[in-house]
Design a protein. Structure first.
Length: 254
């Protein structure tokens, strides 16, 4: 569902976004009950809704950083879509050099770290002036952004860390395909660990967390498998894709 555009980049939400939004609101609202029992129920619900909306605003900023950087390198961006497990910047084709791949991948987590640090400072300020509602929202968002950055830096495709790993291996070996296969294996390992972790939590009695991590891991496995499939290496800057012979890796460039 198209909801608008930011900096000329279309923003859409998938119907599954409603599911995770409801989950974020419920989890944060129940958490605020324990941390801020003195606040009224309507206030805590409003805090949960505000946190949920701001959470997806932070995800949009993360994906927008990828999209804008890719666009600066002359790569077409179809748009940004928010869905059940976060968001994705829909970039057409592959980034043409290891250095540019590295830059496009790194900028998303970097923005999340900056947002997390700024929100942490804002949390301290809100606490110092006695605004518990603002303190709760800002503190939660600070932790969420740092968590987004750390999770995305895990070295496995399709996560940002996997693209960073691919960029490094591509630069070292000169083979885009080999680098992609290795980074995709990393993503499969991460996916299997998430599924295992979810099953352990479910057996231990935390069914809700288990039901969240298991499908997340399964979804990540599918994406990692898709990312590791053989494909034509990206064209070098200024070259046509048809000019690269099948199986020939592009030369690393700036």
């Amino acid at each position: 569902m198209r909801v608008g555009s930011v900096l000329g980049i279309g923003l859409s939400i998938h119907v599954t976004w409603i599911v995770v939004f409801a989950l974020v609101v419920w989890v944060t609202t129940t958490g605020f009950v324990r941390v801020y029992p003195e606040l009224s129920a309507p206030t805590r619900v409003a805090m949960g809704i505000s946190t949920g909306l701001a959470f997806f605003g932070c995800l949009t900023a993360h994906e927008l950083a990828h999209a804008v950087t890719a666009r600066r390198f002359g790569i077409r961006v179809r748009g940004i879509t928010l869905f059940l497990f976060g968001g994705v910047a829909e970039i057409e084709g592959e980034v043409p050099t290891p250095a540019r791949e590295f830059a496009v991948a790194l900028v998303g987590p970097a923005v999340s770290v900056v947002l997390g640090a700024a929100l942490a400072l804002a949390t301290r300020w809100a606490g110092s002036v006695g605004w518990p509602a603002a303190e709760g929202i800002l503190g939660t968002l600070a932790l969420v952004n740092l968590g987004i950055a750390l999770f995305n830096l895990v070295p496995g495709l399709p996560l940002d860390g996997g693209r960073l790993l691919r960029a490094g291996l591509w630069r070292l070996t000169g083979s885009y395909r080999r680098a992609t296969r290795i980074a995709a294996v990393g993503g499969s390992v991460v996916a299997a660990l998430l599924v295992a972790f979810g099953l352990v939590l479910a057996v231990a009695g935390d069914e809700l967390a288990g039901l969240w991590y298991v499908p997340m891991g399964a979804f990540l496995w599918v994406l990692a498998w898709a990312a590791g499939r053989p494909r034509r290496p990206p064209a070098r800057p200024g070259a046509l894709a048809l000019g690269d012979r099948e199986g020939q890796a592009p030369q690393p460039g700036p």
